[in-house]
Design a protein around this ligand. Structure first.
Ligand code: AMP
Ligand code: GLY
Length: 408
């Protein structure tokens, strides 16, 4: 059994570890991976969709698992499936749920899925005229297309709204600001049936107490007990209708669907759908999954999700991201990453390279530590103890991962 994981971050490292429970490490390939993942798995220097397809045609992996949205939006899943290479990830058409905010919002409206009210603009001037007229803040401005986490601006006043619109491409969505607390839920679906995972929570902002600029995620934890009472409502009012809607529109969804939700006083509402597993949430969730991840992937590919039984560890997990000083702005790289054992947390590498046998920093989010414990406080205590054992110049991390009060 040969598996190819596409992507290069902590999420992909945690995916490799999940597959490694069933499959020999030497049969797990990651493209392109990174210097840290390469300590345990074969990393392939494939830099684009064409190179991935070409490698797959020559090497015939039994399964391809796609991490990042970009490849799915470009139709990697369509191309691989057309070659008879099983690929876990939705088609290009279904991936529009993430790659076009206007598509996602239109679908949510059509199928009565609770989300922030919005107006979509094909043209900047109209959007500018609208925010000048609206005069009610905060307002949320979103780029229509994929924007690598930089496409959402919460404008506190007209000046910020105008600035945000000017900085984006022509198509934008202007959205109502939702108040509440956020939670992430992953859906496993074969296009016919679905199962949901445990809840997790990302910490997107750079600073403690959720301050500062948005990042790709500074940490996550799972499960989120406070969200459980909303599960049925989320499945019935959000997950089932969006999957039905996608099917009715001629683009059935097969793969993992990420639901970014805001729990408001009026109940759960959708902030966004992503066509893939979330990062860093996956790093917190997968270590708690007791069912074989390979089996989960095969259930998706073979239309057997209705038979899938998901078992979860009763433990909790906390994932803390160690970043380079300056991230998400500019930051220096090339610093040695020193790891003093013994370390009990899992290490998932993201922005590292291997230079002559030494791991050095090469990205904003350098690595994550993930610890499990009998409850969140034990997991948190373990992970923060281990952070002292991992060092590089400019190491930055949040000290409050999993301490958020989840209340409206
Ligand atoms: P997104 O990329 O759509 O998840 O947005 C990034 C972040 O912006 C979300 O995780 C929220 O924290 C925030 N956000 C997005 N849309 C809204 C909204 N309508 N109201 C309040 N916050 C939002
Ligand atoms: N954790 C947010 C995302 O994966 O988009």
């Amino acid at each position: 059994m040969k598996v190819l994981i596409v992507g290069s971050g902590g999420r992909e490292h945690s995916l490799a570890e999940a597959f490694a429970k069933d499959i020999k490490k030497s049969d797990i390939y990651v493209a392109p991976g990174n210097g840290g993942i390469a300590l345990d798995y074969k990393c392939l220097p494939l830099r684009n969709k064409e190179e991935i397809i070409s490698w797959c045609k020559d090497n015939r992996p039994d399964l391809v698992m796609v991490g990042p949205e970009q490849y799915l939006a470009e139709g990697l899943s369509n191309s691989l499936n057309a070659e008879g290479i099983p690929c876990v990830g939705p088609s290009q058409e279904a991936a529009k749920i993430e790659s076009s905010k206007i598509f996602a919002k239109t679908l949510m409206t059509k199928y009565h899925i609770p989300t922030a009210s919005y107006v979509a603009f094909e043209d900047k001037d109209q959007a500018l005229a609208y925010v000048r007229y609206m005069g009610k803040y905060p307002l949320v401005i979103k780029a229509n297309g994929l924007a690598a986490g930089k496409g959402v601006i919460i404008a506190e006043n007209q000046k910020q709204a105008e600035y945000a619109i000017q900085a984006l491409e022509n198509k934008v969505v202007v959205e109502e600001y939702l108040k509440g607390w956020e939670v992430s839920l992953f859906v496993i679906t074969d296009g016919k049936d679905f199962k949901t995972t445990i809840f997790s929570q990302d910490h997107k902002q750079l600073g403690e107490n959720d301050t500062g600029p948005n990042t790709g995620g500074m940490g996550a934890f799972a499960p989120v007990k406070e969200a459980e009472s909303y599960r049925k409502q989320i499945e019935e009012q959000i997950v089932a209708p969006i999957l039905e809607g996608l099917k009715a529109e001629g683009c059935p969804y097969k793969g993992f669907l990420y639901c970014g939700l805001m729990i408001t006083e009026e109940g759960p509402k959708v902030l966004e759908f992503n066509c893939r597993l979330g990062d860093p949430e996956t790093q917190a969730i997968l270590p708690l999954l007791q069912t074989s991840f390979t089996e989960v992937c095969y259930a998706i590919l073979n239309n057997k999700v209705s038979d899938l039984k998901l078992e979860w560890s009763p433990q909790s997990s906390v994932c803390v991201v160690l970043a380079s000083q300056g991230y998400p702005g500019t930051f220096p790289t090339g610093f040695p990453v020193i790891i003093n054992s013994p370390i009990t947390s899992k290490i998932f590498f993201a922005g590292v390279e291997n230079k002559d046998g030494q791991l050095i920093t090469s990205g904003g989010r350098v690595l994550s530590l993930v610890a499990l414990g009998k409850n969140l406080s034990e997991a948190r205590r373990k992970v923060y103890q281990d952070i002292n054992k991992v060092n590089f110049t400019g190491k930055y991390f949040r000290r409050d991962i999993s301490l958020r009060k989840n209340k409206c």
